[in-house]
Structures are given as C-alpha cells and as structure tokens.
Design a protein around this ligand. Structure first.
Ligand code: C5P
Length: 399
C-alpha cells in the first residue's frame, strides 16, 4: 500500500463536488492511511458530517472555537499531525482566502499552521475558474509552494461545459501517492554556493551602475538545491524577492564584495553556481561627495571588475564543480562555449535574452546546458521548475 501509515487531512469546502469526498476518503482508507476530515460550514450543505465520519471512522472537525474538540487535539497539534492537507473541493472562495492568508475557520487556520504539504483540488463553475481573480490567486498559491491538482475539463453540475470539475477520487489518490513518495535527495551532505542578482557599483554616495537582473533564477536554484538535500549558501546582490527558508544568505552590493564572499565560501563547497549578473566594470574612484552637474558631457573612468567565477574555477585546492550562466542576444552557442573554455568552467547554462518574455526580470526562461562534451536544451518553463532541472543535471555529474 503506497500510502500506508501516512496521515492525511481532507479539508472539504462548500462546493457541489463535495459529494465525491465520501468516495475520496474511502479510496484513501483503502491505501491504509489515516484520514481526518475537516469541513467548512458551507461544505455541510453539500455532504453531512455524519457521512464523512462514517467513511473516515473518525469524528469530523469543523470548529476552531469548540473547547471539547480543542481539548482532544488542539488545532496546532492537528496541523502538525498531518503529512498532507488536501483541500477537495477547493472553491474559488477558499482559494482566495488561502491566497491572502485569511484564517477565519478551522480549515483555513490549519492551512497556515501546518508544516505539511498542502494541495488543492479546485472545483467551480468554468467562468469562475477562468476569472482573472481566481487565476491570480492560483498563481499566488503555486508560488507559495502549494500543489494544485486539476481541475478537469467537462460537463459541470450547473450544466456548463469547461474547465472546473474536481478531479475524480482515484486521480486524487494517485496525486497523494506521488506527493508523499519519499523524495530522492541527490545533494544530501553537499554544499552548494550560488551567486544571484545584479551587483551595484557605486559612483558617488547616491548613484550606482547596475543592471535589470531580478535574482529569480539564482533564488530558484537555491531553493532547488535545498530541496535536493544540499546545504545552500546564497550570495545575493540587491533584489526585491525573498530568500527561500533554510538557506545561508549573504547580502552584498559590489562585485568586489561578491568576490570576497564567493572566495570565502567556494573552497568549502562541492558546487559553485555563478548566476549573478556581475557588472563588468566599476568606477575607478568612488567620489566621496555627490558628483555635481558639469558641462554637456561627462566622462567616467571605469576599471574592470574581477571575474568571480573564473577565479573560483581556477582554484587549485578544494575547487568546487563550477557552473556559469551566459545571457546572450546572439550566437548563443558560440559565446557560451567560449566562456565555458576561457573561464575553465565545468558547465555553462546559456539563454537567449533577445527572446521576448525570457531571461532577465521574467518568470520564464529557456536554457541550453553545455558541458565540454555534451549539451542539452531545456524548453521554456517557469524559472523554479527550470532551476530544479538544472540542479538535478549538475547533481548527476558529481562523482
Ligand atoms: O562574461 P559574462 O559576464 O558573460 O559571464 C557570465 C558568467 O560569469 C556568469 O556565470 C556570471 O555570474 C559570471 N561572472 C562573474 N564575474 C564577473 C562577470 C561574470 O562571476 N565579473
């Protein structure tokens, strides 16, 4: 039995598909897992707590403010008990509450309080599903790390035809099984150091030279490496995104600061990934006072920044497996292979930033991975998903 011994909370919100939950709980119990059911008030209009109690063999929980239920198992204890919380059906209303972090009943409170994986099986009228607000909320939930299973396409209880049907119980059981499969962690015990974001090269106390790098790809790589079991150091230039939990984050501004931090960490690392968009040049002198407006033209003298990744790749002792990035607007393969060789890298991930919607500042990217004797093209996908594929590809090359 694939789910044997697992603990699943089935959270039912108020949609017509709730009638399928009795079957869902039966099929989960067939897999010999423990199931507890939590219902919202509106769910009880569609299926009774008595039915759910009968199929789960456990009392149904529905209230946050019931002292006797809290005495049996407090809501925090309940949230910690679960290996998985599956909200099925997930109505547009509960999806909106989850996307904003509202916790006004037992189910929405458990969702905020649980360290477990949370999955939703959306079910609603096709027009409600297609509404920009629902789509926006689903995107938020996906970026918060929640799994979204379905919805399916077809005839709906209201007579409409379209996307919005809750997945069938057997399909949801399959999703639960793969979500709870022990994950393979190929980087367990490994240390990965990643540079991310832009650098800022000061000109005077108020001005700097920088670029549009958002840091999303580097942060995605950090999250992916963590997920695959690594201890992760992330050396980040100034960005507007939050770092994933559980990684060692160092904030830097200039390329020189980034180099110092990179060299400090590189020899303790098994893998070094240079994803930062490091400024090629910095001001020869940083003016102590704000530079005043002068004539119609002004000339800045810039000096070359250290090539951080080339320095790491040239380490003679404790050199990590070194991976670079190359953002190009033309001759992608030729330039990427040139950098792989000249910087003495083990691998380079190249992308064509001239393509609309890809690369810098975008949520999506497409990469080609080059080694000295091999290459793989990865199709366009979200940066997080792509990051996981890249880190898995790197892990597969380690001894
Ligand atoms: O030479 P280019 O900037 O195109 O090379 C890109 C790769 O080199 C990236 O991996 C980037 O993080 C790294 N790099 C660096 N230090 C620099 C310039 C680039 O580590 N000064």
């Amino acid at each position: 039995m694939n789910l044997s011994g697992k603990k699943i909370v089935v959270g039912i919100s108020g949609g017509i598909a709730a009638y399928k939950c009795a079957e869902l709980v039966r099929r989960l119990k067939d897999q010999q897992c423990e199931v507890k059911v939590v219902m919202t008030d509106s769910a009880k209009h569609f299926i009774t707590p008595l039915t759910m109690q009968a199929v789960s063999g456990e009392p149904v929980s529905d209230s946050l403010l019931d002292p006797s239920a809290e005495a049996a198992m407090g809501h925090i204890e309940f949230a910690k008990w679960a290996d998985l919380i599956l909200i099925a059906p997930a109505t547009s209303n509960i999806i909106a509450k989850m996307a904003t972090g509202i916790a006004d009943d037992l189910l929405t409170t458990l969702i905020l309080a649980t360290p477990a994986k949370v999955a939703i099986a959306p079910a609603m009228n096709q027009q409600m599903f297609a509404h920009p607000a629902t789509q926006r909320n689903l995107k938020t939930l996906a970026s918060d790390g929640m799994a979204i299973w379905g919805p399916g396409q077809g005839e709906q209880a209201c007579g409409d035809i379209g996307k919005g049907r809750m997945l069938e119980p057997n399909e949801l059981v399959e999703f639960c099984t793969s979500a709870l499969k022990p994950s393979v962690q190929p980087l367990l015990g490994k240390v990965v150091t990643i540079t991310a974001g832009p650098t800022r090269e000061a000109l005077d106390p108020v001005r700097f030279i920088s670029n549009h790098s958002s840091g999303k790809m580097g942060y995605g790589l950090a999250e992916a490496a963590k997920k695959l079991g690594a201890t992760v150091n992330l050396i980040s230039g100034p960005v507007k995104i939050n770092a994933p939990n559980g990684i060692n984050l160092s904030h830097v501004n200039s390329a020189v600061e980034m180099r110092d931090e990179a060299l400090r960490l590189a020899t303790e690392s098994d893998i070094f990934i240079g994803c930062a968009a490091v400024a090629d040049y910095r001001a020869a002198d940083i003016a102590e006072q704000k530079i005043k407006k002068q004539g119609d033209e002004m000339t800045l003298t810039l000096v070359k920044n250290p090539d951080i990744i080339a320095e790491v790749a040239s380490l003679t002792r404790n050199r990590p497996y070194t991976v670079g990035f190359a953002a190009e607007t033309q001759n992608v393969e030729q330039y990427a292979l040139g950098k792989l060789k000249n910087k003495k890298l083990d691998m380079i991930c190249a992308n064509d930033v001239s393509q609309a919607g890809l690369g810098f500042n975008s949520d999506n990217n497409a990469l080609t991975l080059f080694w000295h004797d091999e290459q793989i093209s990865l199709p366009t996908s979200g940066k997080k998903e792509l990051a996981l594929t890249v880190v898995k590809a790197i892990a597969s090359k380690l001894d």
